[in-house]
Design a protein around this ligand. Structure first.
Ligand code: CP3
Length: 334
């Protein structure tokens, strides 16, 4: 059985597999080299040879236990026909959302637009270097995708005041998102993804009263769907106020925590396997601090099924040698 599966299926403790969110990305010079020649990010995600190569780059350098496919959560709105662009020093910019257009998209058109993501997954998962490692497929959670599709850019700290103004539109879009996320998940699994992670990066923006409608119900539907395909599913409801309640309602196979929660409270309150937590900014300090903070998480989760990861994606200014130091610290921990 693969190391991460031992943790999230068998609930085994004591050997801490590790992968890192955004492990394939801008902190690696070999990624920046490819990126500088490929200025259109979406096109790069749809180039299965380059996407597979980028996915494997961090595994060539570090002793990681999983590959996460180089793609983006915004491939979903792109597949639905909404314009998606990435601007330097700005982040994603989406075009106007046209519900009647989106409601017309059929599954064949969607798959036709993004099928090269699945080809990349097939390439990666059949690569001999991944024989004893997981291939992680992923999607954005319905809520986070809704935020991008309606807000048309990152919400940074707050939603626009009139975000919830058109409830009819919001609920229709949520249903469309959910339907196509299922298809996107199924295609990733059919092409070799053997774990799915659901990123809910903007879960922390909602008030408690809105959680059932925008997070619990749509995420639970997806989690149940992934489970029905016999693949484990990890949820990352970033900055949600109550991880315990989330886990009890949504019941993922594992939960990724952010760096603002106290890991000691998590280990006491949460029964399911846990992933992540370390603040990515710690990788910008020095080796001694990094080792100390890493061991802090490992000690806290010593008797709990735990997958080492960060509390959000690795920052672009991180030195690769600090990532190497982190991975080795985790691997050497007894
Ligand atoms: O983890 C990995 O290595 C796999 C690839 C991956 C990317 N995006 C590649 C990427 C994954 C899993 C994502 C998820 C993603 N994308 C999320 C959820 C996780 C999170 O960070 O909260 C979100 C919200 C997005 C949307 C997105 N894509 C944003 C906001 C940005 C721009 C700013 C940023 O944080 O990088 C992207 C671009 C993006 N996605 C890059 C990469 C490597 C940078 C592209 C570049 O400019 O070179």
């Amino acid at each position: 059985m693969l190391p991460i599966n031992k943790v999230i299926i068998n609930n085994e403790t004591g050997f801490n597999p590790i992968w890192i969110m955004r492990q394939a990305g801008r902190y690696l010079p070999e990624f920046r080299e490819i990126r500088s020649k490929n200025t259109d990010f979406i096109k790069l995600c749809l180039n299965e040879d380059l996407s597979a190569e980028i996915t494997l780059q961090p595994l060539k350098r570090f002793n990681l236990d999983a590959a996460i496919i180089f793609s983006d959560i915004l491939m979903l709105p792109y597949g639905l026909g909404q314009e998606v662009k990435f601007e330097k020093n700005f982040g994603p910019k989406l075009g106007n959302l046209n519900l009647s257009e989106i409601a017309k998209i059929d599954e064949i058109d969607f798959v036709e637009k993004i099928h090269r993501v699945y080809k990349a997954i097939k390439k990666v998962s059949s690569d001999p270097s991944l024989k004893n490692k997981n291939t992680i497929g992923f999607v954005g959670a319905p809520w986070t995708l809704l935020v991008y599709m309606i807000n048309q850019q990152s919400p940074k700290k707050n939603l626009k005041e009139n975000f919830f103004k058109d409830e009819f539109l919001i609920n229709r879009v949520l249903l469309v998102i959910e339907k196509f996320l299922k298809l996107h998940i199924k295609n990733q699994i059919d092409n070799g993804a053997n774990i799915i992670q659901i990123f809910d990066s903007w879960a922390g923006l909602l008030n408690e009263k809105d959680l059932p409608n925008y997070i619990y119900t749509p995420t639970l539907n997806l989690v149940d769907y992934v489970k029905s395909l016999n693949v484990p599913v990890i949820c990352f409801p970033r900055e949600i106020k109550n991880y315990k309640e989330f886990c009890e309602i949504v019941k993922p196979d594992a939960v990724n925590i952010d760096y603002n929660v106290n890991p000691k409270e998590i280990v006491q309150n949460i029964k399911i396997p846990v992933q992540g937590g370390l603040d990515p900014k710690i990788l910008l300090t020095d080796k001694e601090t990094l080792k100390k903070e890493t061991i802090k998480y490992l000690e806290i989760f010593k008797d709990h099924p735990y997958i080492f990861n960060l509390g959000h994606g690795v920052l672009p200014e991180t030195k690769p040698e600090m990532v190497e130091w982190l991975v080795n610290t985790v691997k050497d921990f007894k």
